[in-house]
Design a protein around this ligand. Structure first.
Ligand code: UGA
Length: 467
């Protein structure tokens, strides 16, 4: 099929590249001309594992191209996927102005029938507004439009693999033609009929579910899913606080919780809370949507409040340990909102650093990918070449993002470089007993630190060389 993707952010770029990878002809467009220039010059505006390979290969094989000419891109596609941003407004609702703009442009520029697909995360009932905009602004051309919702569940850091090997594909439609078209778009994935060049062992072997729903349900599924994940993380954080106060160990507790198949082991890692451009804004938008509909959303509000409190209580811990923060040299390991990405939007690390800076601490930081983006918003931080330079002469080290490679650092050397070997592990990345044995003052989240205690955690296995 011929597909147009509007918006070259994390979702749009991955969607466009992966559609090309499974055999479609794709033109991606964006109103940010600089982004398109970067892509046409062979660069990528974001860091995302595997994305550079599949973009390069599909551009070379002429299935994927990038254009600043929106009208041409729209006319090229039989299906137009809207992947523009829906950032939060000051009141927490999603800003739908980009969706509205794009819908009107599609209406005006189209010359042949189009399936218009919302992939951006939008509040329920947005599809109805998109339909209305297409019919009002498209009345002169007389072009026929159908609308569908196809929420995306990819995670940053594993976006390409998530897209090519999803556990489910949700399509919200209100006509058989749109359903058929979307089945056709996804057939190589649903029938696993393409040769995946980036496949690895973590890709599920089974075929994904293809769920056909109403447009309203598809839109709601996306918000319900992200909000559920947010609630689950806040729940784990609340239980971690209880563990800390009552002398229990969150690793032991979540291991047992996770073994109950009704609960599951994912998204129970406590720490600095959830960040990024999806969970925080989506739970907020879902709250506003529910409030408008007259639904009691206090459950979601509590999850959001717990999350907002995470940084403050972590700062309190730092204050208790360091006494005065002013003039203390604090090393921050990790800036991205999670590992394997350079994305710092709503990253807990950035919020944390801002608070420490306000109190007069001297901050130096290191992240394998996110320092470029961080330096634009935190110019007063000193950025270091590696974790060793980072820790030289510091009073404390905070682990703010759990990049797996941080586990394998030479922690003895880090201890010797620090003025005071104090580690505050905001992601429970390291083994508490091993860190103490190395002579660190080590503090993490909700964990008992009994000597010699080893606990097998499925997601955070500790290897013998690691601490
Ligand atoms: C999230 C969802 O997981 C995706 O399914 C969804 O498609 C995406 O939003 C989106 O709406 O586009 P993402 O924002 O990439 O994906 O990040 P997550 O992996 O969900 O992590 C979000 C935050 O929660 C991170 O800051 C992470 O560190 C934190 N987290 C995650 C925890 O604190 N504990 C956990 O157990 C898991």
């Amino acid at each position: 099929m011929r597909i147009c993707v509007i918006g070259c952010g994390y979702v749009g770029l991955v969607t466009g590249a992966c559609f090309a990878e499974i055999g479609h002809e794709v033109v991606c467009t964006d109103n940010d001309g600089q982004k398109i220039t970067t892509l046409n010059d062979g660069g990528l505006p974001i860091y995302e594992p595997h994305l550079d390979e599949i973009v390069r290969q599909n551009v070379a094989e002429k299935r994927l191209s990038f254009s600043v000419n929106l009208a041409e891109a729209i006319r090229f596609g039989d299906a137009v996927f809207i992947c523009v941003g829906t950032p939060p407004l000051p009141n927490g609702e999603a800003d739908l102005s980009a969706i509205d703009n794009v819908a009107r442009l599609i209406a005006v520029e189209s010359r042949s029938p189009k399936l218009v697909v919302e992939k951006s995360t939008v509040p329920t009932q947005t599809g109805q507004h998109v339909k209305r905009a297409l019919s009002i602004y498209g009345r002169k051309s007389g072009v026929e439009f159908t609308v569908a919702s196809n929420p995306e569940f990819l995670r940053e850091g594993t976006a390409v693999l998530d897209f090519l090997h999803p556990d489910r594909i949700v399509v919200g439609v209100d006509d058989r033609g749109s359903e058929e078209q979307l089945r056709e778009v996804y057939r190589p994935i649903t029938e696993q009929r393409f040769r995946c060049r980036v496949h690895n062992d973590s890709c599920p072997a089974q075929k994904p579910h293809f769920l056909v729903t109403s447009i309203n349900s598809a839109e709601l599924i996306k918000h319900a899913c992200n909000s559920f994940l947010a609630v689950k993380i806040s729940y784990a954080n609340m239980v971690a606080d209880m563990c800390e106060k009552l002398g229990a160990d969150i690793d032991e507790v979540t291991q047992a919780l996770g073994l109950d198949p009704r609960i599951g082991r994912h998204f129970l890692s406590p720490g600095l809370g959830f960040g990024g451009f999806c969970l925080p804004k989506d739970i907020q938008a879902f709250i506003r949507l529910g409030e408008r509909a007259g639904v009691d959303v206090s459950l979601l509000k509590s999850a959001e409040a717990i999350n907002k409190q995470r940084i403050e209580s972590f700062c309190n811990k730092a204050r208790q340990l360091l006494w005065v923060l002013k003039d203390k040299r604090i090393a921050v390991l990790g800036l991205a909102f999670k590992p394997n990405t350079d994305d710092i939007r709503f990253a807990p690390a950035i919020d944390l650093i801002n608070r420490l800076l306000v109190e007069g601490a001297q901050i130096q930081a290191y992240d394998p990918e996110a320092m470029g983006k961080a330096s634009a918003v935190l110019p007063s931080v000193r950025y270091c070449h590696d974790a060793y330079e980072l820790t030289d002469g510091t009073d404390a080290l905070i682990i703010a993002t759990e990049w797996p490679e941080f586990k394998n650092l030479d922690w003895s050397s880090i201890r010797d470089r620090m003025l005071r070997p104090l580690v505050l592990d905001g992601r429970n990345l390291l083994d508490a007993a091993a860190m103490k044995a190395l002579g660190f003052e080590y503090h993490s989240v909700g964990r008992e630190t009994r000597e010699g205690k080893t606990n097998e955690q499925p997601e955070r296995t500790v290897h013998s060389r690691e601490v």
